[in-house]
Every structure is written in structure tokens, then in C-alpha cells.
Ligand binder design. Sequence first.
Ligand code: HRO
Length: 308
Amino acid sequence: MDLSATLAGVHFANCVMNAAGALCVTRDELEALGRSRSGAIVTKSMTPAFRDGNPSPRYHSFPGGSINSMGLPNLGSPTYAVLIPGLRQFGKPVMASIAGLEPADFLDVAHVITEVRPDLIEVNLSCPNIPGKPQIGYDVEASRSLLQRLNGVITVPMGVKLPPYFDPAHHEAMADMLREIGVAFVSVINSVGNGLVVDPERECTVIKPKGGFGGLGGSMIKPVALANVRAFWKLFDGRVPIIGTGGIVSGMDVFEHGLCGASAVQIGTVLVDEGVGVFERLERELGEVLARKGYRSFAECRGRLREL
Ligand code: HRO
């Protein structure tokens, strides 16, 4: 079964890769992704300098999914610029995720990382966990201004990682702006920001930062993720490749993202829960689903969701 994907001219032997943030901060983690069946090596969102992130506990997994408030812990872009050339030995695309607390941070990181030419750059407009810093992706004009400036610096295919939107007017406004900018791909969705998980026995929050508020991931967010994949697929008429992220636990979930319009997918919570062996399981399960349904490739099912 052909589970490959081509996105912005970049070939992925396997359409399933890690989501930025999941097991991709350190050199060891990035190399483990390189050795795994992940279709790409996606880095943790990086800032101009090393960050410890928020105080622990800051990640909690439970039967319905996960909540996190990591706070952008990362090694800093100069260190990733040293690591990225070495990651090429694994023969798969390297995607650098870039972030910042201010627009100037994104530009600084973009300058440093463009130099080492990752295959793609994903601009993270949607970190929900920095106290006092709203998600840029919820402000169309701030996003436009930042992406215009990054367009002048980044010389590899540039995509955006967006937060979930819950209203068609918001999908439309964002899609109009992204069309004008000419992004190479759209990655949807980041975690559902500022959820609250409670431990009723201990009568407390399950994570420490921001009074227990954090980004939700895992199976409970799948319908929100699918809606965002589908909305952008329709608004772009299938012309801008979409990476679907959110709620993938099984090969069938990957298939659902494909039906809604995803060219490739990323996994977060399930990767943290199971480790890099999960890629093999998802590959096997997706291959079985596609074969049973008479498809010859993952690409063939893309966007084919029937509306009743
Ligand atoms: O580091 C984080 O707290 C984090 C980031 Cl940057 C992000 O984009 N999404 C998320 O759920 N956590």
C-alpha cells in the first residue's frame, strides 16, 4: 500500500509524522524519530534561546486525551541549527517548527534556521500556554503582518500551524489572509487551548501552570480537528496542502483525516503515550483500512468525504 505523501514539493515516504512538541525537543528524541517509521522529523517549536518552559507538573494524560502547559521548553534555535544538518542522515524530510514570544523572536529564529535549510518550516501561530501572550492565530491582522515579514526571510516552503477555529467566519478570514500570503501548507490543529482538567478525588487541577488551564489533545479533540481540516480543504479548493493533527489514535483516524482533506497527518498525545513504535502500528492499521476499502494509496482517499 502506498502511504506516501507529497506536500509543497517535498516527498514523505510515510504520511504519518510527529507533531511539533511530541518527543522532539532533544537530540536523542529527534534521532529516535529519525530511526523510527515517522514520515518526517518535526522539531519542537523553537525560540531564539534555550527555554526551560513552565513549572511541572505540566503534562497529564488521561483516558480521553491529554492536557499540557509545557511553555515552549526548547534548546534554542542556534542549537537546532547545529543539529538539523546531522538529521539529514535519516533520509527523510526535516521540518523546523518556529515560535516566539514576540514577532522579533520569530524573525530571529527564521534567519538562523533558514541558513541550514530544513525541508520545510512550520510557523507556530498557536501556542496556548504562555501567560499573558494570546495565540497569534486568533488575530488575523497580527498573523498577516508576521507572515509577511517571515516571507521576506524564509526561503524554504513555509506553512502555518493554526489553532482550532469554531466559527466559519473565522475560517474564512484566516483562509483569505493565508491565500494572499501564499503559504505552502496549513497544519491544523494545535491543541484546543485553555481547557481545564480536574482531579475530583484530590480536588485539584492536574497541571500546575496558569491555574491548571492548558492545551487539550488526544481522542476527545478529533471532531474539532476534522472540522478544521475540512473547512480549510473546502476554502482552499484542495489547492493548499493540509496536515491534519488532532485525535489520531488508530489507522482509521488517519483515514478520517484523509477523507476530510489531509495530505499527511501528525500525532502528539498517542506518540507520547506509546513512544515511536506507534508509527509502525498506525502504518499497518492504515494500510489495512485502505486495502479493505479498495484504495491503492492514502492520497487516493483525500477529500472524498461524502456530504449527506
Ligand atoms: O510548549 C507548549 O506549551 C505548547 C506549544 Cl508551543 C504548542 O504549540 N502547543 C501546545 O499544546 N503546547
